[in-house]
Structure formats: C-alpha cells, structure tokens
Design a protein around this ligand. Structure first.
Ligand code: XMP
Length: 545
C-alpha cells in the first residue's frame, strides 16, 4: 500500500516525536495516548523497524511490553547499537528486560511467582543527576500496575536501581550517566497512579520534547501538506458514509483543495432512517462539500435476495459497493476531461484512523479478520490497483478517534455528528438475521429510530459507545387485542467500549428499557417481541453477523 503520509511535512517531521517500538503488548497504543495527552507527539512502529531506514529521528524511544520472554528462541529483539545513539530510551516491562538482557547477557529469568495487578513501588533516590530524573517530583512510594513473570536477576553494568517492589528488586533501573531507563511497571495503564507523570518526565524532561502537539497546529499543517501533495490540478475522490471519520476527512479535503475533491455517497438502501437525506444536508448544504449520491439500493436488494449466509451478504455488499463507486469515479474522470475543469483524478481519500493502522503496525496485532472490516470489501485495493490506478491519501492516519472528534469540531462539524456512534459499512444488512429485503430493513429502521431517539431523550447517548436495533426474522407469538399474532423479534444492543475490540453491555435503567420495548411493539407493525442483548464481547461481537 502506498504510504503517502511519510511525505516531507508528516507530523514526525514537524513535531518532536517519541517513537514507541512495539513488542506486542495489548497496551502499547496507550503509551501513545498518554504521550499525546501531554501534547507530545508519538508514533508507534513494530519492533522489527530498522531505525537507520527511518527518514526522521525520534527525540526518544520507548520499548513497549510484550508477551514473549527475552530468553526464548526467536524472541523479538532490537539492534543493541540503539544504546549508543545518544537518544533517550525507556524500556517498559518486556522492554526493560530486553535492554537489561542486551546490555548484560543472560540477566533475566522467570520469577518464582507472577506479579500481576496493583502493588506498591518504592522509589529510590540515588543522588545521580541522570538516574533520578525519571521519578523527579515523586514521593517515596507509588501505587503501580505490574504484569510480569520474568524479572531481572541482577543490575546491568553501569546501572543503578531507582525503584523496587516486595517481589521485584529491580522494578526500575537507570544508567548512571546515559539517558537509558527501564521500568517493570506499566505507566500507560490507568491503575498506575501518576503514570502519565512518569512518561512526562521521560518525554519532556529527559528527551527534551517540546509539548506542541495540538489539533490546532495539526489542522493548519495538514491542509498545507495536502495542498503540496495533491498539487494544483489533480483531483481526489473519496467515499463518504455520514460517519465522523469520512466526514472529517472530506471536510479537510474541501478546506485544502475545494471542489477538486469529490465525495461519493453510495446509497445502499441499508442505511438508517432518513440517513441519506441527512448526509446530503450536512455534507452538501452545511459543509459545502462537492457530493454525488449514487442510488444503488435496487442493485443491492436484487443481489441480496434470498441470501442468508452472513459472510456472503458482506461479500455481495462489498463488491456491489465497489462496482458502483468505481463506475462513478470513472464518470467523474470523464467529465473532468471533457470540461478541462481540472486535472486527472489521481488520489483516493480514505478516512483510516490510527487504531485501524495499529492492527497492521503492531508486532502481534489482532487477527486480520477484524481488520478487514475497515475498508469496504477492499475498496482501496481496487481503486489503487484496478482500472483507476489511484494513489491513497489518508489524512487521519496519525489520529485516534477522540482526536478526530476534536479535529471535526475545529472544522465546524456539528456536535451530533462528531459524537455519532459508529455504523458498519454493510449497514443494516448485518443486523438482520435472515433475508435482507426492503420490508425487513424498514422494520429495523423504525425500531432503531425509536431506540436511539429514546436514548437521546434520556440524555445517555454519549454514555454508550454504540447502540442499535436488529431484527430476528423468526416468528414469535404475541397477543394483540383478543387474538394471537405472530411477528418478528427486535434485538436491542447497546455497549460501552474503549477500543471496540472488547465491549460490555450498557446497563439501562430497567424502566427505560421497558418503555423502549413497549413503544417498539406498539409502533412497529410486524414486531411481537423485543429483547435486549446482554452479551459481552468477547465472547459475543458488537454486530450480530
Ligand atoms: P464487531 O461486530 O466485530 O464490531 O464486534 C466492532 C466494530 O466494528 C464495526 N463493524 C464493521 N464496520 N464494516 C465496518 O465498516 C464491517 O463489516 C463491520 N463489522 C463490524 C462494528 O459496528 C463495531 O463498531
């Protein structure tokens, strides 16, 4: 995949950047979040990255935790030359063991017992101007989170102990004179009190990073970067869905290159009630974006007729989406040629976020199956390698979701849209257990509208990460008036989640849930039962199919 964002003005060339080398810990990305919350820009790359091949120099390097043991054959490592670069280094957990192992061979072994959970750390002030910097401004004890089996058996040469716990003599180590530090505790986890202060001491005091990463700076720089990248003539196309990511990306393109950006909304017929109209109003009328709506609902429904198998549904939707999108892209290109209004369509915009990338960047990321959600059935691949041969532009790829939201606000996008729950590419189709047809979609739309409106009226929309109504097309009996009726079943799902990789069911006040159920059965013809899905993820997933 062409990497267009490592161009000259990429953030790591503009902001002092701390590099996090990932050894596969579940919490590596939280190190970035903490650093960015300090306004220090940070990027994460897999531990296999060769520093010599980077076209930028980090101000500091964090070696993350990871599931391996440094003494295992094939355990991930780094080139020990890193310690001679003079760039400050902080090893966390596995990262700490690795630096000790590399500096002082065979220095790590399995402890007698695992140290997992919260514990008290004793901080040792050793009177060294270098070594004492990591815990500068701290009291003698600190409540911290630990998660390790292995531990250091003795101090590496040239190091001193700066922290210990009951079970771990070398819970914090520092080189006497070089800016190299190792900690067994996890400062990125919220259970570690003052974890962010430890990272602040490292990034700002030890690395000397300027804390100048903020969205305001980023917006301006990103607009300039896009203008340079795209040039004065070329055109850009991108799919929009009405979600926050694609809207923010589209608004940014509009700001950077005006009408040379073409947003395409493919109406699959599988979007929520009035959604297409709302997207039109927001993007075209409110944000002034050059938008084309392609009505594809007939084609989608005809191809989905009789299909019950979930993966087949997704495949059909993905392919149909790409067929329609590509056709429209070619039409825009032809039109541009005829009017000589502007140059060739050369770029394809994708609203990829950092969280999406982390899955592919991290050393041992989650499975590829999860990742495949993020682009509608391979749209970028077809746009880049197919007839269109476009280059990929991903202006949000360095950002986390909350940063995209902040960015959206700055770009004048309405709060409701900025805070909107995510909605999957295949839309309502993966919320129907059974055949996807217009009638069934209509039932889901109505129930979903009632559910979400009542959640909003109760003022709890922002307390959950995602909520929706789905349909089970099996028949359940009900009593209406004096007679038995058979109708379908609405399944309500609402979850809280930090990263959507795991989720917990939202705990509704029971009376509100009952009121929602009553309204749905009364107002949506054809529904006799409403159930609330209380399954966590895992073992469930957020969507039903
Ligand atoms: P699951 O169901 O895997 O969902 O727990 C996690 C998050 O991903 C969204 N999701 C999708 N998004 N295309 C998408 O664009 C998909 O095929 C897809 N499947 C799930 C889901 O809504 C949730 O936010």
């Amino acid at each position: 995949m062409a990497d267009t964002t490592t161009a000259a003005a990429a953030p790591h060339n503009t902001f002092d950047t701390v590099l996090v080398l990932d050894f596969g810990s579940q919490t590596s990305h939280l190190i970035l979040r903490r650093l960015r919350s300090l306004n220090v820009y940070a990027e994460m790359l897999p531990c296999t990255t060769k520093l010599a091949e980077l076209d930028w120099t980090p101000v500091g390097i964090v070696l993350s935790g990871g599931p391996s043991s440094v003494y295992d054959e094939g355990a991930p490592g780094i080139d020990p030359a890193i310690f001679d670069l003079g760039i400050p280094i902080l090893g966390i957990c596995y990262g700490c063991q690795l630096l000790a192992w590399l500096i002082n061979d065979k220095n790590v072994a399995r402890g007698e017992a695992r140290e997992y959970g919260e514990t008290d750390l004793t901080i040792h002030k050793v009177g060294s101007a270098n070594a004492d910097r990591l815990f500068e401004g701290f009291d003698d004890t600190l409540h911290v989170f630990m998660s390790h089996f292995d531990k250091l058996m003795h101090l590496p040469e040239g190091f001193v102990t700066i922290a210990s716990t009951k079970n771990t003599a070398y819970a914090g180590i520092a080189h006497e004179s070089k800016p190299i530090f190792g900690i067994q505790l996890h400062p990125e986890i919220s259970h570690t009190s003052r974890g962010t202060d430890i990272l602040s001491n490292f990034a700002i005091k030890i690395c000397g990073a300027r804390a100048n990463w903020e969205m305001g700076n980023f917006t301006e720089k990103e607009i300039i970067r896009i203008r340079k990248l795209v040039g004065d003539n070329a055109q850009v196309i991108g799919a929009v869905s009405g979600g926050v990511d694609s809207t923010v990306a589209a608004r940014l393109m509009k700001e950077a290159i005006g009408d040379r950006f073409h947003a395409i909304l493919v109406d699959t017929g599988l979007m929520r009630l009035n959604e297409c109209q709302q997207v039109k109003e927001t993007l075209q009328e409110h944000l002034g974006i050059n938008l084309t709506i392609v009505d594809g609902s007939e084609l989608f429904f005809s191809r989905l007729a009789g299909v019950l198998e979930p993966e087949k549904k997704r495949k059909i939707i993905g392919e149909t989406f790409i067929d329609l999108f590509e056709k429209e892209a070619i039409r825009i290109e032809e039109e541009a040629k005829e009017t000589t209004r502007a140059g060739k369509v050369e770029w394809f915009l994708q609203g990829t976020l950092y969280a999406d990338l982390i899955e592919s960047l991290s050393f041992k990321g989650p499975s590829a199956t999860i990742k495949s959600h993020h682009n509608v059935g391979g749209l970028p691949a077809r746009m880049m390698n197919g007839q269109a041969q476009l280059k990929l532009i991903e202006p949000l790829r360095e950002l986390f979701k909350d940063e995209v939201r902040a960015f959206g606000r700055q770009l004048g996008i309405h709060e409701d849209l900025v805070m909107r729950h995510p909605f999957p590419g295949p839309g309502i189709a993966i919320r129907i257990l059974g055949e996807v047809n217009r009638e069934n979609v209509e039932l889901v739309r109505k129930a979903d509208h009632i559910f979400i409106s009542m959640i909003r009226e109760a003022g709890i929309y922002d307390q959950m990460s995602q909520a929706y109504a789905a349909l089970d097309t099996n028949r359940a009996v009900g009593v209406m008036g004096d007679s038995r009726v058979y109708g379908m079943i609405i399944i309500l799902r609402a979850v809280t989640s930090v990263d959507f990789m795991s989720a917990e069911p939202f705990e509704f006040p029971f009376q509100l849930l009952k009121n929602i159920c009553r309204r749905i059965v009364n107002e949506v013809d054809g529904i006799t039962r409403v159930v609330y899905d209380c399954t966590s993820k895992p073992p469930g997933t957020i969507e039903l199919e």
